[in-house]
Design a protein. Structure first.
Length: 167
């Protein structure tokens, strides 16, 4: 076994990773979205997010913002979700490689149902398709996670921790 190819985790370890990832995602309301422009210049921004399955993440944004423009040019994104309030040295995060896009008009209603439910659960307002269509300036975006990781507890090595819900 090498550093790049660790031994397959035990069932108990897989279960722990899954619980950790789901807990972080269930308790968080913001993700950090990392994008890059056509020239490769990076940009990271926090966005309020909603998900129903921990594999597709929705947010609303103005298409003129840098991260939205970057997504139009280069849809591959990085995402991290973490709790910044924990004690030093105890932080955990869920890391993702994803593909982002503005949600097509035909799919906005379903995406906004997920977003609105999360907003209401977090003490926000109800949202509908009209909030992200002309003449309004915001639009609905989503990122589909292709890979998800959590960090190993004792070193900075990412290990699969897929948090997608099967239920």
């Amino acid at each position: 076994m090498t550093e790049d190819s660790p031994a397959a985790p035990s069932e108990e370890e897989e279960s722990r990773r899954l619980r950790t990832a789901r807990s972080i995602l269930d308790q968080s309301t913001y993700l950090v979205l990392a994008t890059a422009g056509a020239d490769g210049r990076p940009w990271a921004t926090p966005v309020y997010f909603a998900t129903s399955d921990n594999s597709v993440y929705f947010w609303v944004s103005d298409p003129s913002t840098l991260h939205s423009r970057n997504i139009e040019q280069r849809p591959a994104v990085g995402i991290v979700v973490f709790d910044s309030r924990v004690a030093l040295g105890t932080g955990q995060g869920v890391y993702m490689a994803a593909v982002a896009e503005r949600v097509p008009d035909a799919e906005v209603e379903a995406g906004m149902a997920v977003f609105s439910a999360a907003s209401l659960a977090d003490g926000g307002r109800a949202w509908g398709p009209d909030d992200v269509q002309e003449p309004k300036t915001l639009r609905l975006y989503r990122a589909r996670a292709e890979e998800q990781w959590v960090l190993e507890a004792d070193r900075d090595r990412r290990v699969p921790g897929v948090a997608a819900r099967a239920d």
